[in-house]
Design a protein around this ligand. Structure first.
Ligand SMILES: Cc1ncc(COP(=O)(O)O)c(C=O)c1O
Length: 408
């Protein structure tokens, strides 16, 4: 009998521990805990009756195809719907530029597998999406982070890091950003910085991975063009940006469908990897996502989501001001959209420890450490404001204040 399995695990995986957020979930089983930890959209905005009707129809009309294997790149109806969906955001793509993924996390996995060898470097924000760090970590790259600013990535900081790497004969494999309502901070990258980032990408020939799950969840202000669309507009059709999208936050996460867009040869290689890792994304789920884009009155749905989440964001910000006046030294980001805000407590408080204290007060958040590729800061937390009710949000912040104030 084999006793020591650990010594047989691959070099890439043997020290790999998966998703740190996942490990905190077991503490949230108590229903009295108000969790601001998950990244869950609210089921109150799910299009449940449309979903029932369309599910019934596609099962009636297409059950044999739904129960069968289907095309690995994706379903034609979904390609067509995505092409129209992106066109309204000034992105022009053909079928060859799209790969249907089994959610955003799968899209990230494909990008990591495609580009990274052990010790390759990835440039990213500090903090950035923990799921991207977890996904790319399977290839054991080195993460080079630069503190994010109120108007998005510190592009000049990225340039300095690239120049430092150049001196060591190294070149980052890609730059990973979440420019719209970033997870975890809620920060949006300004137009000027998007242009600067593209310039950097062209100057040093480094691809940009633009992860965009929240782009359509804007509650205030005007949309800023995506980096992908700016690349197409300003650089003769583009070619330096790979876009990652998911239906999880704008429709529902349960179906696990997303899509990657990019240059034809990148998409072709990602498709080859998909052949090796999951084959096809379920046709049924894709058909529902296609119906979401083309039949379920998208703009009314987005308006509902925006009104619903905007109110929660307002409640969150108002309640934070009430319980955490300036002299507490607690600060937080504001956001024009998305699902998250970033709360900072004085430096002597470690939010990994605070998490367990907060559980005693029956409130939960995600400790900020998980959102750093290297050298984590420990005095931040990610707060989700989309899932808890407005009343729960108010109560959760009161509990958080009761828990934090004795430590100040
Ligand atoms: C920035 C970002 N990328 C990707 C994902 C993964 O999305 P999915 O749930 O579709 O796997 C998330 C989910 O929270 C996210 O915030």
């Amino acid at each position: 009998m084999i006793k020591n399995w650990q010594e047989r695990f691959s070099e890439n995986i043997k020290d790999y521990e998966g998703y740190p957020i996942g490990k905190t979930l077991k503490y949230l089983a108590n229903p009295e805990i108000i969790s601001l930890a998950g990244g869950l959209p609210s089921p109150n905005v799910f299009q449940k009756s449309e979903m029932r009707q369309i599910s019934e129809r596609i099962l009636r009309e297409d059950i044999e195809k739904i129960m069968q294997y289907s095309a690995i790149p994706g379903e034609q109806v979904l390609f067509d719907s995505i092409i129209n969906f992106l066109e309204r955001d000034d992105i022009i793509v053909k079928k060859e530029n799209i790969l249907i993924t089994t959610s955003g996390q799968h899209g990230l996995d494909l990008a990591g597998r495609l580009f990274l060898n052990p010790n390759d470097t990835v440039i990213l924000d500090r903090p950035t999406f923990a799921g991207a760090i977890v996904s790319f970590s399977m290839e054991r790259p080195e993460f080079i982070g630069v503190d994010i600013e109120n108007d998005g990535s510190n592009v000049e900081g990225f340039r300095q890091k690239i120049l430092e790497l150049k001196k060591q004969n190294k070149k980052p494999k890609f730059i990973y950003v979440v420019p719209d309502f970033q997870n975890p901070t809620g920060i949006t990258m300004s137009y000027e910085k998007r242009i600067q980032l593209l310039d950097l990408s062209y100057e040093f020939k480094i691809p940009i991975i633009e992860d965009s799950p929240y782009r359509d969840l804007r509650y205030y202000g005007n949309p800023i063009p995506s980096i992908f669309s700016l690349d197409q507009k300003l650089h003769e059709g583009g070619g330096n940006v790979i876009g990652l999208y998911t239906f999880s936050k704008i429709f529902c996460p349960g179906l696990r469908v997303g899509f990657n867009i990019g240059p034809e040869n990148v998409i072709k290689k990602m498709t080859n990897i998909k052949e090796g890792n999951i084959l096809n994304t379920p046709k049924y789920n894709q058909d529902l996502c296609s119906a979401f884009l083309s039949e379920m009155d998208l703009e009314t749905h987005f308006d509902n989501c925006k009104n619903y989440y905007r109110e929660k964001l307002e409640v969150f910000l108002k309640t934070m001001e009430k319980y955490f006046p300036k002299e507490t030294g607690v600060s937080w980001t504001t956001s024009e959209g998305g699902l998250f805000l970033w709360v900072s407590v004085p430096e002597h408080i470690d939010t990994n420890e605070l998490f367990f204290e907060a559980i005693k007060y029956k409130v939960a958040f995600v400790p900020g450490e998980q959102f750093y590729g290297e050298n984590p800061a420990k005095n931040h937390m990610r707060i989700n404001f989309s899932y808890a009710s407005k009343k729960q949000l108010e109560e959760a912040i009161k509990r958080l204040a009761d828990c934090v104030k004795p430590l100040l």
